[in-house]
Design a protein around this ligand. Structure first.
Ligand SMILES: [Mn+2]
Length: 361
């Protein structure tokens, strides 16, 4: 039985561009800080498996290199790294020019290579991306039936059969005969899955980096043996990306409506809130974001409100305003794309305000 800790897709030193410079830098510091929390978990494991995209690119800040080095030194157990499409192994990659402690093994071949760990009765296989693309890493691969526990760490794509990112099919997994296949690439926890006798999983990324990476993030820990695996997903307490919709129809004050709609822990998280419903005045998302600063760690507001129906009803008037609204209403009704519809609503607001010579819309 081998106790493992399996993580993937850290994407250290990501840009976090949508957060602005200061918060993005803070987020990168928090990302490095995560290693201290993970170290406590890693010390209890026999081996640590890192399935690629440890770095977001071929460059790593020296703070990140230092944090990783101390992490590896502190945990002492063997660490196996399978470079992925973002941090593929190349002469210029951090893997080639950083001196890592001796307990770190970095795979540098596309074909699976074994590392034997006799004391644990285990063989750890691994493969590496050598460029942004990779041929199917498990095609034709299988381990010999024997006493040893066979584990493989690898970056690859089980979701798209024609993926250029190391496509892996169910058949590949089944034929491999591995006891556990520790994957990276998909940023959402896959669940603990199996194909034939082989158990496989993606832990997802340990920390969300955008609104396409919402929800709980974490890693996988547990045991692997010839008789089977006992593995669980372990969420890490981290800032989360959350998307929500707030209907502001009929409300008196938008900021209060938003406050009332979100839980208290919103102040630790990163929110994208889409304002929906009927609203006839011009929205000023920047001002609202400022008013709500204390309520969120970071807030991005989107306007998806529509004009009240009675405003469109002015389209029946035989006036300039009526003519204007009639034309826009026709376009609004035939538009299929929600963004186009939102644009038409905006045009109606600006147009009506201009025709009424109002400053506020
Ligand atoms: Mn990735």
């Amino acid at each position: 039985m081998v106790k493992i800790l399996h993580a993937a897709d850290f994407h250290f030193d990501s840009a976090f561009a949508s957060l602005g410079e200061a918060k993005a830098a803070l987020r990168r510091r928090e990302q490095r800080g995560q290693l201290e929390r993970i170290a406590a978990l890693a010390r209890d494991a026999d081996i640590v498996l890192l399935s690629g995209d440890l770095f977001d690119s071929s460059r790593a800040y020296s703070e990140t290199v230092d944090a990783l080095r101390s992490f590896f030194e502190e945990i002492k157990v063997p660490v196996f790294i399978a470079p992925g499409n973002h941090d593929f192994y190349a002469p210029m990659s951090p893997y080639a020019h950083i001196s890592f402690p001796e307990n770190v093994h970095i795979f540098t071949d596309t074909a699976p290579r074994p590392v034997e760990l006799p004391a644990l009765g285990c063989v750890v296989w691994g493969s590496a991306f050598l460029s942004e693309r990779q041929a199917p890493p498990l095609r034709g691969f299988s381990v010999q039936d024997g006493e040893a526990i066979n584990i493989m760490v690898c970056h690859g794509d089980t979701e798209m059969p024609d993926s250029r990112y190391g496509s892996i099919s169910g058949e590949d997994i089944e034929r491999s005969g591995l006891d556990y296949l520790a994957l990276g690439h998909i940023h959402t926890f896959s669940g603990i899955r199996s194909a034939g006798k082989t158990v496989w999983a993606y832990p997802g990324c340990p920390l969300g980096r955008g609104f396409d990476e919402t929800g709980e993030k974490g890693l996988i820990r547990g045991t692997v043996s010839k008789q089977g695996c006992e593995l669980e997903f372990l969420p890490l307490p981290e800032r989360r990306y959350v998307t929500a919709e707030v209907d502001i129809s009929g409300c008196e004050d938008i900021a209060s409506a938003v406050r009332a709609a979100v839980p208290p822990d919103a102040s630790a998280n990163i929110y994208r809130i889409t304002l929906s419903g009927e609203w006839d005045e011009k929205l000023r998302p920047d001002e609202l974001e400022k008013q709500l600063e204390d309520c969120f760690w970071h807030l991005e507001l989107r306007d998806a409100t529509v004009l009240k129906k009675d405003l469109w009803s002015l389209a029946a008037e035989d006036t300039l305003k009526g003519n204007f609204l009639r034309i826009l209403k026709g376009r609004y009704d035939s538009a299929e794309d929600p963004e186009e519809k939102a644009g038409i609503v905006m045009a109606a607001r600006y147009g009506i305000a201009a025709l009424e010579y109002r400053e506020d819309m």
